[in-house]
Design a protein around this ligand. Structure first.
Ligand SMILES: [Zn+2]
Ligand SMILES: [Zn+2]
Length: 259
């Protein structure tokens, strides 16, 4: 199995890359991908842009050191800002990554997954629309391989007032048209929303529209690596998925889900 979304002390994680690698080996994973936060805005939870070469060196060294025990991929989790697509493109192209996760953590300047102050400014329906429009723009930008925690706007148990299937399906069709992968991120289970991102409903819609998925834990510490994988794999199989996607140098590989 793989875990494609993990953080280290270089962004907001609690363990070093090597500690994460050793734990992943102990848990029997075949392949992991790191994805520390890269953000054009200066925030304390992302690696500083000038430190990116350190991240590259550390991952390359560990990949060699542990090559007989586990495959180590180099990913980054990048904040999408519609007004900075050119800057994002230049930055991403300067890093020798295997894959790029595009995530929305900001609506305008509001970092909604760390700051709860603006919930209630709009109706939840309107908030969902604003959030998912950003996901759609991220998918259309061509910058990313994977859409990160696609419905993280629910993190603090904020849910739309009315059925949003139309908005979800429009978004998923755009993701499909632009050939992206969605991650089944199990981390949401340990957040206030207490469910995977995407939710089972959204994951069903992804399957309906033939959007491929990958699997990840959003681990910020060793113990969180591959968390809730048993139920995640059960859900994938139940919905109909038989394979997930891996990446090498931004090229996809199909991985059969063991059952
Ligand atoms: Zn994130
Ligand atoms: Zn993350």
């Amino acid at each position: 199995m793989v875990d494609y979304h993990m953080h280290s002390v270089l962004s907001d994680g609690k363990n070093t890359y090597e500690e994460m690698v050793q734990e992943a080996i102990a848990k029997g994973l075949d392949e992991i991908g790191f994805s520390d936060h890269v953000c054009l805005k200066r925030v304390e939870w992302a690696i500083r842009i000038e430190d990116i070469p350190v991240m590259t060196t550390q991952i390359m060294d560990l990949r060699l050191k542990y090559k007989d025990q586990i495959k180590i991929r180099y990913g980054i989790e990048v904040d999408y800002f519609p007004e900075y697509e050119r800057e994002l493109k230049n930055l991403i192209e300067s890093i020798p990554v295997d894959y790029v996760i595009g995530s929305i953590h900001f609506i305008d300047d509001w970092n909604f997954d760390t700051d709860q102050s603006l919930y209630g400014k709009w109706t939840n329906d309107r908030l969902y629309e604003k959030y998912f429009r950003l996901v759609q723009q991220a998918a259309q930008s061509g910058l990313f391989d994977i859409i990160g925690h696609i419905d993280i706007i629910k993190k603090f148990r904020v849910y739309p007032e009315s059925n949003q299937d139309q908005l979800f399906e429009d978004t998923i069709k755009i993701i499909k048209a632009h050939n992206l992968v969605v991650e089944l991120n199990t981390g949401g289970m340990d957040r206030p929303c207490a469910e995977f991102t995407p939710s089972a409903r959204l994951l069903e819609l992804c399957f309906k529209h033939h959007v491929p998925v990958t699997l990840s834990s959003d681990a910020h510490r060793q113990v969180q690596i591959a968390r809730h994988y048993e139920s995640a794999i059960e859900l994938l199989l139940q919905i109909g998925y038989t394979e997930i996607i891996g990446f090498n140098n931004r090229v996809r590989r199909i991985i059969r889900i063991p059952n």
